[in-house]
Design a protein around this ligand. Structure first.
Ligand SMILES: O=C(O)CCC(=O)C(=O)O
Ligand SMILES: [Fe+2]
Length: 251
């Protein structure tokens, strides 16, 4: 595929690039990603038909998803009294480096791919807020305080909005990032599943202190988390990276 770039934010990634939700399996999705910054600055040229022939629609979607998330963010911050010195909104400055990404994901049905490549491993999202569209079943969440997975019913014309680690840590946990994963309803992917995720992220240089007292920049956290997604090592230096330090046992 021409657009394979070996990047976490731009281009094509095949199935099996990351660890899967079941022990000893890899993930079961392929993706096409578009870096918001590179796309707005016209720095990327993806030859994939979706981007080449529909760039106006992609731009329109990207802008609408971004504005929607920024509106939600502003309202959340106001309601929680987190405006003022923290000023999270100002950490989404398009003139500065940021890793916000639009991702198109396909989980091919199992006649087309190996059954040891299934779903999407458990994780909390890296960035500030996520706008997720999916028409088929598969998304599961574990709400804070619970140790059980629950399917999220797909609702036509509804998006799923999730908080990411970059709001969770700086808000002192007032905004919780929900742990989620994707698994096929019947253990096997019986139909192609498609999802679109706009992963809004803060500027690379935003710093915060995690629950174990370490200072992170948004970019450091992003890069370490992608390393953990690819290996079966979800812990790093005693820190649970993929689960956003939720310290959940046995999941
Ligand atoms: O495919 C999905 O429904 C979820 C995707 C997801 O969690 C992500 O891209 O962070
Ligand atoms: Fe996610």
């Amino acid at each position: 595929m021409n657009d394979a770039r070996g990047s976490d934010n731009t281009g094509y990634e095949p199935i099996g690039n990351e660890v899967g939700p079941n022990p000893a399996t890899r993930d079961g999705y392929e993706s096409l990603k578009i870096s918001r910054r590179e796309f707005l600055n016209k720095e990327i040229e993806l030859s994939t038909t979706l981007v080449r022939d529909h760039s106006d629609s992609v731009l329109n979607f990207l802008e609408k998803a971004h504005v929607t998330l920024m509106t939600i963010l502003q309202n959340l911050l106001r309601e929680l009294g987190l405006e003022g010195p923290t000023q999270f909104e100002t950490f989404h400055d398009d003139t500065k480096p940021t890793l916000s990404t639009l991702a198109f994901l396909k989980y091919p049905k199992h006649e087309e791919c190996a059954t040891d490549s299934v779903g999407h491993n458990k994780h909390t999202d890296i960035g500030s807020l996520t706008f997720l569209l999916a028409q088929q079943w598969g998304l599961q969440i574990m709400t804070p305080g619970s140790d059980k997975w629950a399917f999220v019913k797909p609702r036509p014309k509804h998006a799923v909005i999730n908080v990411g680690d970059s709001l969770h840590f700086p808000s002192g946990g007032q905004l919780a990032s929900v742990l989620h994963r994707v698994v096929p309803l019947e253990g096997k992917q019986v139909e192609d599943r498609y999802s679109i995720a706009y992963l809004m992220r803060v500027n690379d240089d935003l710093k915060w202190i995690s629950t174990n007292g370490r200072v992170w920049s948004a970019k450091e956290w992003h890069d370490l988390k992608f390393d953990a997604f690819r290996t079966s090592d979800s812990m790093k230096d005693g820190v649970q990276i993929v689960t956003g330090m939720r310290e959940i046992r046995g999941v």
